[in-house]
Design a binder for this molecule. Structure first.
Ligand code: URA
Length: 281
């Protein structure tokens, strides 16, 4: 009983912490608490966590089991570097209109269990060469933290690696031209989960034209295509990246959330992220 109370208290503290971070009233589903006991949207409990208390959600970045990585050899960080060089050499963005100072390749842990894929760099990203560092990025950071993770534990990439003029939404053709490099990044990292942020990355990875409202809130699967350009396939083959299957959770883009910052939209995004947290264990 004491054990149960301690667990529930920990969940409540996590809830209060996440509420402060993300501005949504919810109770994350923690280990040992049945999903039915944790309503998707609930009133904020009290009291909030005091400093120094252990987080309720256990580390989600522990090394994968042998089965998760079996058969793989090679260095994902070196593979990512090679993919970056190939991207710079091939410059797929030279075939469409783009306004950029810096290529924004992606960043994070080369062995991340979780990857986020956005659409394209904006002004801040273009200036710094880093993904999601502007306003949308700050919200993404809060989302990651609310999941009980650190930004450096996940990997963040975009469909396009260069800034579109006036932050235009990537066209299907632009996405198609840049897709093999994103697929190769996924094949090098071999994450277990991908959260696609917004429609361009969702539609690309799910090969779908459905609306976000129909795609979000449930799991999909993406497999790194066998038919990659040979140069990219060569880089990820030693890692077992070709054909690698990932579970995909689509959700709204943080920039959309910032434009329509309603409780309802935030609750939807949190519900999507919570499904990921739950699966990550
Ligand atoms: N929006 C994106 O989709 N990606 C970024 O890196 C920044 C904003």
């Amino acid at each position: 009983m004491q054990d149960q109370n301690a667990k529930f208290g920990a969940v409540l503290r996590q809830h209060a912490h996440t509420t402060r971070l993300f501005g949504v009233d919810f109770i994350p589903i923690g280990r040992g608490v049945a999903p039915s006991a944790a309503p998707a949207v609930a009133k904020a409990p009290q009291p909030p966590a005091s400093a120094g208390e252990a987080p309720a959600v256990p580390s989600k970045t522990a090394k994968r089991t042998a089965s998760g990585r079996s058969g793989a050899s090679g260095d994902p960080a070196a593979a990512l570097q090679k993919i970056r060089e190939l991207y710079e050499l091939d410059a797929p963005h030279a075939s469409f209109v783009t306004e950029f100072q810096n290529i924004v390749f992606g960043e994070g842990s080369p062995s991340a269990r979780l990857m986020f894929v956005g659409e394209a760099p904006g002004a801040e990203e273009d200036k710094t060469g880093r993904p999601f560092v502007g306003r949308a990025g700050q919200l993404l950071d809060k989302m990651i933290e609310a999941m009980g993770l650190k930004r450096e534990e996940v990997y963040i990439a975009n469909v396009l690696k260069t800034r579109p003029p006036k932050n235009a939404t990537p066209t299907t053709e632009e996405s198609r031209l840049c897709a093999p490099y994103l697929y190769a990044q996924i094949g090098a990292i071999r994450p277990e989960f991908i959260v696609t942020l917004g429609l361009p990355s969702t539609r690309l990875l799910l090969d779908s034209t459905e609306a976000m409202a129909r795609l979000r809130g449930r799991w999909h699967e993406f497999a790194v295509p066998e038919a990659l350009p040979p140069k990219l396939a060569e880089v990820i083959s030693p890692l077992g990246g070709v054909g690698h299957k990932v579970r995909v959770m689509p959700t709204y883009h943080p920039a959309f959330l910032l434009r329509q910052y309603t409780t309802e939209n935030r609750a939807k995004v949190w519900a999507d992220l919570r499904m990921v947290v739950d699966e990550m264990g």
